[in-house]
Design a binder for this molecule. Structure first.
Ligand SMILES: [Zn+2]
Length: 56
């Protein structure tokens, strides 16, 4: 077996097939945001309206 399951590069959780290589659309969006904001660093997890909605 050569194919090892890799974790989500954003949060290190097991990734899902639907959002591969990420675990969720949230991490996918987060990665895209980092590309759009080249050099932009995320020190923590800023609460966005989207995340708050998903928490519920
Ligand atoms: Zn993730």
């Amino acid at each position: 077996m050569s194919a090892k399951p890799r974790p989500c590069p954003i949060c290190k959780k097991p990734r899902s097939e639907e959002f591969s290589p990420f675990c969720s659309s949230r991490c996918k969006d987060r990665d895209l945001a980092q590309w759009f904001n080249d050099g932009y660093s995320v020190p923590g997890r800023p609460a966005s309206p989207e995340e708050i909605v998903r928490e519920e």
